[in-house]
Write a protein that binds this ligand. Sequence first.
Ligand SMILES: Cc1cc2nc3c(=O)[nH]c(=O)nc-3n(C[C@H](O)[C@H](O)[C@H](O)COP(=O)(O)OP(=O)(O)OC[C@H]3O[C@@H](n4cnc5c(N)ncnc54)[C@H](O)[C@@H]3O)c2cc1C
Length: 260
Amino acid sequence: MSLLTVTRVEPLTPRMVRMTFTGEGLADLGTWPDQQLKLLFPKPGGSAFVSDSRDVSAWYQDYLAIPEPSRPWMRSFTVRSLVDGVLTVDFVLHGDDGPASRWAATAQVGDVIGRFGPSPEYARPLGTGDLLVFAGDETALPAIASLLELLPASQRFRAFVEVEDPAEEQDVPGVRWVHRSAGEDLVSVVTALDVPPSAWVWLGGEASAVRALRRHFAGLGVSKKDIEFSGYWRRSLTQDDAPTAEDLAEAQERIASLTE
Ligand SMILES: Cc1cc2nc3c(=O)[nH]c(=O)nc-3n(C[C@H](O)[C@H](O)[C@H](O)COP(=O)(O)OP(=O)(O)OC[C@H]3O[C@@H](n4cnc5c(N)ncnc54)[C@H](O)[C@@H]3O)c2cc1C
């Protein structure tokens, strides 16, 4: 059963909480860069369990077969670490308007949620090249921090993370913190950077910022296949809301860039 039990809750900053989980099957999972998984949050009176299937299509059919009022909310998250069957996930507390954030704000040891993944089918290699550039907001910090930990000491990189204010900074060496409270924003700071076309770029975070940065780097001549990008959340839209025309166009471009 792909259920996860909370074993530790550790506030990291005012707006970020780290949780560790144990669960069946975790010890058998491999590890690779930027592991993403789906977490399932139970609705009141409902269960977080969906299916034992490991096949994504079959699992999703089982998910859709659950009547909507009791179908758990499904949200995307990043494996901060997975060691000896213990999974660590860092949750942004952005308010009570999302079920994942709401759950994370009050979660306690012993609480149970569901998971699907991480699946090696979605593994993407870490880029190589003279310069690697990482940029994202706090939702991408778990991914950026875990990716930076994998870099050889000789690798040149620049990393930018937009957070609310200095209280949100974590001990991640090499990060240039971008503070919204000081009037800064990720796009302005990152687009001021001098980047050669040979760079490899990783982008994650609020969708319109990711989109603007992707266009910027493509405009500088960075090959689209060397720009890993993902809109992690959309302003005023939940992860259940249908994709916008821009989301769909981006998905098409992503597929096209994989075959470039
Ligand atoms: C591949 C991937 C990996 C991710 N990894 C992580 C991770 O490790 N940790 C993490 O915390 N998040 C991560 N995210 C982002 C997370 O999935 C979204 O923030 C998600 O919307 C949270 O769900 P929710 O139920 O709290 O809010 P939803 O129900 O999806 O949204 C409710 C409202 O909250 C707003 N909202 C959502 N997220 C934010 C935010 N960060 N700041 C301000 N407003 C917001 C929406 O615009 C909407 O109005 C990841 C996303 C992806 C696609």
